[in-house]
Each structure stands twice: as C-alpha cells, then as structure tokens.
Design a protein around this ligand. Structure first.
Ligand SMILES: Cc1cc2nc3c(=O)[nH]c(=O)nc-3n(C[C@H](O)[C@H](O)[C@H](O)COP(=O)(O)OP(=O)(O)OC[C@H]3O[C@@H](n4cnc5c(N)ncnc54)[C@H](O)[C@@H]3O)c2cc1C
Length: 365
C-alpha cells in the first residue's frame, strides 16, 4: 500500500512510523524547510506512550522528558487536587517538543520525508488518489492521510468551508529557558482571576518552560513579553508567583511563542474511501486540556489497527472515523467543562475527571 502523509508534525510522524510497521510504503510531505525545530514543551499521557511503545521509542521519550506531579493552585498559592483518583490521573510526562519530533523523524526515516513540499489538495479516483503539490507533478497514492494541522489543506479539499476559526480571545504565551533557582517541582497550573492561568514546569534536565494563557484576553498591546507579563500578574497574587514574572521578564522577545488559539469546526466527515484526516487536522481544540497531541497519537494507533485488520481500505477508514468521532464528542464536552470551571478547586475537579476518563478509556489497539 503506497501511503502519502501530509504534515511532519507530531501526529503525522507517529502515523508514518505506525503505518510503516504494518508494511505500508509511506512518504511524508512537509512544507516547512525542516522538521519542527522550534517549540516549547508538550505534556503526554500514558495513552500516547502506549503507541510510542509499540513503535519502540516509548522509553526514549520517557528518558527525554520529565514526569510532572500536577497540582492546581489558586492565585494566592493554595494547592488543590481532586480527591479519590488514582495517582496516574495527576501525572503527566513533559517533553521538549522539538526533541520529540526529531526522535520521531529518525524513527520513521528522514529519507522518506520530503521537506519544502506544499500540498494544495487532492483528486480521488476509484483506484487511487492524486495528491496535488504547489510545485511539480501530482503524486499517486493508494491512501492519503491529512496530518497537516488546524489549517489543513487536505481538510479544505475534503470538506470545503471547514476553515479553522479563532477561539475568540483565547491566547497562550510560552517559552523554554535554562533552569534557574525556581522551584524544581514547578507550579503546573495556577488559576488566576480574569480567566487567566499559568505556571512553569521542568520539561527536561536543565530546561524549564513557563506558560501563561487567558480566555477573553482583550486587546493585545506592547511586545509579546509585555502581553505575557500583563496576564501573568493575574496568577501572581501575594508574591506567590514572583519567579514566574522574573522568568518572563528575562526571556528574550524572540524566544516567546504567542498563539491565538484556533478551533476546527465539527466536520461532516473525516474520511472518504482513500483519504483520512488525523490529529489537529480532524479535531483541533483549545490546548487548555493539554491533550491534543496525546489524542492525535491515539488516532494513529486506531488507524494502524484498523488498516491492519485485513478489511478493504474504505471499510477500515470508516471504522477509524466512527471510533474517533465518538471519542471526540466526549472530549469536546470535557474541554468545555474545564474551560467554564469556576476557580482553582473546580478546575482541578473537572480536569481530573477528564484525565481519568481519557486514560481509563484508552482505545484497545
Ligand atoms: C499553546 C499550545 C499548547 C499545547 N499544549 C499541549 C500539551 O501540553 N499536550 C498536548 O497533548 N497537546 C498540546 N497542544 C496541542 C498540540 O500541540 C496539537 O494537538 C498537536 O501539535 C497536533 O499535532 P499535528 O501533527 O496534528 O499538527 P501540527 O503539529 O500542526 O503539524 C502539522 C504539520 O503539517 C505541516 N503542514 C501544514 N499544511 C501543510 C501543507 N499544505 N503541505 C505540507 N505540509 C503542511 C505543518 O508545517 C506541520 O509541520 C498545545 C497546543 C498549543 C497551541
């Protein structure tokens, strides 16, 4: 089976390695000149590590990251945690995102990744699919996977009118710095007033990520550092988070990532007989539940299992879509519940309910 995957992000690379494992001849097309070299840290949950174990890299990823024991705090620094859950519900693995993507690229095989290749759409036939490129002749494939993120061109061709929309007012700022004398256990997340949240955590030995986010962020003025600092002051009441302010103030402007959060609208379909969307291309959500990457890696595991089942490709894709859509209906409900939680205690409660659900209902692949 000749499979073309669009996008060398976290999900595209995992999918590529997963489908190679079941004998597909896979090519990845990526429009950037290199596999993602920038980025902060990403939180991974056990469901993601399970698929990475299947690929033989789970332990490498565990070694590259840092396990974080997650607490919620109010703006005055009072720790909160939902009671009655297994400790695993409060533990996630922080990993430096560029290191993870590079490991996945090496695992899949860099000689099969075509960089600087922009995909503009596709035409599907009974016998094959033609992948259209901005430069050069179309590529012929038996299967096309759109792993090209929230702004997916594959999705635009599959479902015209499905452009990602701004999650109004929802912004995030992040950076990774050499670790200093801040608390090594980090502060995971403080819920401040005005729908702001933020904190810092080690992402690997010697490197710390700070982050700040706000729903209803209002007008953005000044430098990225000014914008992040203004929100961080909400999570630093009573001196509780002075080191967060110090870290942001010391971060070079060019090292700060600022994201307007985008949402992928609910789609009529994720697949056709020979084309499938995966990861953020299918279901990009607000990152306040820190699970988009994990859920995209889960997608890859389900797709691999369905395509390995021996059924016709169209039937396998249909089963993949129906399993993942059911899961995402529930993810959207949890995401909204966490977004609209009132204060730190309720946020901790709703987030634990989400992570408990997510890790105890992992799809069997
Ligand atoms: C601020 C923030 C914090 C987050 N924190 C977490 C977290 O802690 N944990 C977590 O699990 N998730 C987190 N997420 C979500 C997570 O980043 C995404 O769910 C994940 O990166 C999706 O991966 P992907 O491979 O589907 O898409 P992407 O990472 O967006 O990759 C898409 C790739 O496709 C390429 N591409 C796009 N269009 C084309 C084209 N036409 N032709 C060729 N190539 C193309 C792009 O260059 C890119 O390399 C966060 C997101 C944000 C914004």
């Amino acid at each position: 089976m000749r499979t073309v995957i669009v996008g060398a992000g976290l999900v595209g690379l995992t999918t590529a390695a997963s489908l190679r494992l079941i004998g597909h001849e896979v090519i990845v097309l990526e429009h950037a000149p290199q596999v993602r070299a920038a980025g902060a840290g990403i939180a991974l949950w056990p469901n993601a590590l399970r698929e990475l174990d299947t690929l033989g890299v789970g332990d490498d990823v565990r070694r590259m990251g840092k396990t974080v024991d997650a607490w919620f705090f109010d703006a005055a620094g009072h720790p909160m945690r939902a009671a009655g859950y297994d400790p695993a519900v409060h533990q996630l693995l922080m990993v430096p995102r560029p290191d993870l993507n590079n490991l996945l690229a090496d695992t899949f095989g860099r000689d099969r990744i075509r960089l600087g290749t922009h995909v503009t759409g596709f035409t599907e036939y009974d016998t094959h699919v033609e992948v259209h490129l901005a430069d050069g002749a179309p590529l012929r494939a038996d299967l096309l996977i759109g792993a090209d993120g929230v702004y997916s061109d594959v999705r635009a061709a599959l479902e015209p009118g499905s452009t990602a929309v701004k999650h109004a007012g929802n912004y995030a700022w992040r950076a990774v710095l050499p670790s200093g004398d801040e608390r090594p256990e980090g502060t995971f997340v403080t819920i401040g007033p005005a729908r702001t949240r933020g904190g810092y955590t080690r992402v690997t030995q010697g490197r710390t990520m700070w982050w700040v986010a706000q729903f209803d962020a209002g007008e953005l003025v000044g430098s990225k550092r000014d914008r992040a600092l203004r929100r961080a002051r909400n999570v630093a009441e009573s001196g509780w988070h002075d080191e967060l302010l110090e870290m942001i103030a010391a971060t070079p402007e060019e090292s700060i990532l600022e994201n307007q959060i985008m949402l992928v609208p609910e789609l009529r379909r994720w697949t056709t007989d020979r084309v499938a969307l995966i990861g953020d291309a299918a279901h990009g959500l607000s990152p306040h539940i820190a699970a988009g990457g994990t859920l995209g890696i889960e997608d890859a595991g389900v797709l691999r299992a369905e395509l390995a089942s021996g059924s016709a490709t169209a039937a396998s894709l249909a089963r993949y879509e129906s399993a993942r859509r059911v899961r995402f209906e529930q993810v959207r409900e949890h995401s909204a519940a966490v977004e609209h939680a009132n204060g730190a205690a309720e946020s901790a409660e709703r987030y634990a309910a989400f992570t408990h659900w997510m890790i105890t209902t992992t799809p069997t692949t």
